[in-house]
Design a protein around this ligand. Structure first.
Ligand code: EZ4
Ligand code: CO
Length: 403
């Protein structure tokens, strides 16, 4: 069996997605996601100009060998663009392998370890009552785990705090970088008040989560963790900038609040201090940003030794192909924790045909061969790329934030 063609498809059915389709001489093909929100075209060039020419004629079933070939052949190892490009290829190759085997992907990763994959969804709001209402609505819809964010009074809604700013359809399609305002001293006392009201409203059966989006210093995060302890959050996510793993030592010394980090990580080497020192409880790497199925399987297996659980990143800025790959890994590994899932727009589901499914708080892998996600190329062509940027934030005095 040989790889005969590698197509790179960019489309924007609500969000920009960078998709790879690997075609073989036997007609079997696989789909992979290489989307990096706000930097989509850099991955397109990496795939088209630097990877595709080196893989034509190769055996698509050699997933580990091709992963190593691309990782080592880059010389400039790691980094989000390189690892997303490798991820796209890797996901498509695993899709092909599972189709050749005639099995759903999870069978090739060890088989089923669970019946269903628990997810969490997001709620945001301009004030606490609006968030409480949103959380109650999701609870009614069967969600057992919910992430809650609230805007800071007196400041305009900022990314990841207001009413679903980071997940609204097309919300990230911005022709230029938006500049927002941040004030830590206004945020810190607000979050415990939010979770106090939420516990009153939803009780203790629902898992509650909160995402700090990397905005605190270690000592500020330690204080927030302590203040949130009475409300027993499932986790506090991205409490500090993720680059400095050692920062988590300080947070860990002060609070029993479970901690999650890793959505911006792209290799196992970003995780070694955090995992081996047991500084976190959940590692949030996801197939597209950490080297595909091969990449995250290595990280989760490593994490399992230290009792750190998986929690794949999964907002709608990564394509349904990533979600498919994640669901199969989630189903197979021993140390599954939770899966983030915001769902997709109707346009996205029209372009990407999914055999996996969501129902009342859980995801279920497809039983058809592969990872269960395909792309309608003709329809994709009707949604061309649109410029999209993530925001930055400044302090109230105009300086860039320290995070
Ligand atoms: O802000 O994927 O936990 N989820 C998140 C996401 C990220 C986006 C950035 O592109 O923090 O919504
Ligand atoms: Co996050």
């Amino acid at each position: 069996m040989k790889i005969t063609e590698i197509k790179v498809i960019v489309c924007s059915p609500g969000r920009n997605f960078t998709t790879v389709k690997i075609i073989t001489d036997e007609g079997v093909y696989g789909i992979g996601d290489g989307t990096v929100n706000g930097r989509e075209l850099a991955v397109v060039s990496y795939l088209q100009d630097h990877i595709a020419p080196t893989l034509i004629g190769k055996d698509p079933l050699r997933t580990e060998d091709i992963w190593q070939y691309l990782y080592k052949g880059a010389y400039w190892r790691r980094g989000p663009i390189t690892m997303a490009a490798i991820a796209a290829i890797d996901m498509a190759l695993w899709d092909i392998k599972a189709k050749v085997a005639g099995m759903p992907l999870y069978q090739l990763l060890g088989g089923r370890s669970r019946d269903k994959v628990m997810v969490y969804k997001h709620v945001g709001g301009l004030d606490i009552p609006e968030v409480v209402e949103g959380v109650l609505k999701l609870k009614e819809q069967g969600l057992e785990a919910i992430r809650a964010q609230v805007s800071i009074p007196g400041l305009p809604p900022i990314y990841g705090t207001g009413p679903s700013t980071d997940q609204a359809a097309g919300g990230m399609i911005k022709p230029m970088v938006t500049e927002e305002v941040w004030a830590t001293h206004k945020y810190l006392p607000l979050v415990p008040k939010l979770f106090d009201k939420l516990r009153d409203a939803v009780g203790w059966d629902v898992h509650l989560l909160h995402d700090v989006h990397h905005r605190l210093t270690p000592i500020e995060a330690a204080r927030l963790g302590k203040d949130l302890e009475p409300y027993r959050l499932f986790w506090l996510e991205d409490a500090i900038p993720a680059e400095l793993q050692e920062g988590f030592r300080l947070i860990r010394q002060h609070t029993t609040q479970p901690l999650a980090v890793g959505e911006v990580f792209n290799s196992i080497y970003d995780t070694t201090t955090l995992i081996s020192e047991q500084l976190i409880d959940y590692i949030r790497v996801t197939a597209v940003h950490a080297g595909g199925v091969t990449g995250i399987k290595k990280i989760f297996d490593y994490a399992s030794i230290y009792h750190v659980k998986s929690a794949c990143h999964g907002p709608m800025d990564m394509s349904p192909a990533t979600m498919g790959a994640n669901i199969h890994v989630d189903t197979a590994i021993s140390n599954f924790g939770i899966q983030e899932f915001t769902g997709y727009t109707k346009e996205t589901y029209d372009v990407f045909k999914c055999d996996w499914r969501y129902d009342r708080g859980y995801l279920y892998p497809n039983e058809t061969p592969g990872h269960g996600t395909d792309i309608d190329e003709d329809l994709a062509a009707k949604y061309p790329y649109q410029a999209a940027y993530l925001p930055v934030a400044r302090l109230e005095d105009g300086s860039m934030t320290s995070w």
